[in-house]
Write a protein that binds this ligand. Structure first.
Ligand code: ADP
Length: 234
């Protein structure tokens, strides 16, 4: 599904990605983890063509993607910070995004699932952070894309919406989709992910299952495994 070879990205003097290579097979949930500033968002944005690397190759469904754009029709992207025009209503925004993407989409089930029906005619500027994030989720999942890239999808969600999001992610996986997710919520990673990609100092420190990471770090839960890596104990 995705192949990344020897990716290098520098912002000014800051070398964020320093030879990142990994492969993701189609189908399943992959958590991209690492400390703050380790380049998680940069990798996701590079796959999407929003950040241009100094060096490296990216393949999506077997084709090189750098400087191309058509492949993005097959990717759903939930950005970490979604900025919406304050004076549009939720429904107007949904319609606008549907028009821009020009691919089949139906938001009705998602609007009901995330309890947004009464918010459809409200202006985006008047919504709470959690409700905006639910809108962000609807905009991402209403398209039928084989790859979903979710950057901190749980931000601001209440416990009910969090459970609904988890179920939605699992349903998408069951449909055979590939999901690339960054999150600080370790229980989400433990509950959902088939694989972890752990970034440290610009490189892939680990790629494998939660169980394999626990084994490698000799810990019984993910939080302690990661703490051990960050403390430099493994
Ligand atoms: P993460 O998602 O792991 O927290 P990011 O990929 O957002 O990390 O950022 C990695 C580093 O690159 C951070 O130090 C961040 O400040 C820097 N960075 C990201 N985008 C830019 C940019 N457009 N210009 C300059 N520095 C950037």
């Amino acid at each position: 599904m995705i192949e990344i070879k020897n990716l290098h990205k520098r912002f000014g003097k800051l070398q964020v990605l320093d030879g990142v290579s990994f492969q993701v097979e189609p189908g399943g949930i992959i958590a991209v983890l690492g400390p703050n500033g380790s380049g998680k968002t940069t990798i996701l944005k590079t796959i999407l063509g929003m950040v241009h690397p100094q060096m490296g190759e990216i393949y999506f469904q077997g084709n090189a993607v750098l400087d191309k754009w058509e492949y993005r029709n097959d990717i759903g992207y939930l950005p970490q910070i979604a900025r919406f025009p304050d004076n549009l209503t939720v429904q107007e925004l949904i319609n606008m995004i549907k028009n821009i993407r020009d691919v089949e989409a139906d938001e009705t089930e998602l609007v009901n699932r995330f309890d947004l029906k009464l918010s459809l005619n409200k202006k985006l500027g008047n919504l709470s952070g959690g409700t905006r994030q639910k809108v962000n989720i609807v905009l991402t999942f209403m398209f039928d894309c084989p790859l979903l890239i979710l950057d901190e999808p749980t931000a601001g969600l209440d416990p009910v919406a969090l459970i609904q999001l988890k179920e939605l992610i699992q349903e998408e996986k069951q449909k055979g989709k590939t999901l690339l997710i960054t999150t600080h919520i370790m229980s989400l990673v433990e509950d959902l992910s088939d694989q972890i990609i752990f970034l440290l100092e610009g490189k892939i420190y680990f790629q494998g299952s939660v169980e394999e990471l626990q084994e490698q770090t000799q810990q019984t839960d993910l939080e302690h495994s990661i703490a051990k890596i960050l403390q430099g104990d493994v």
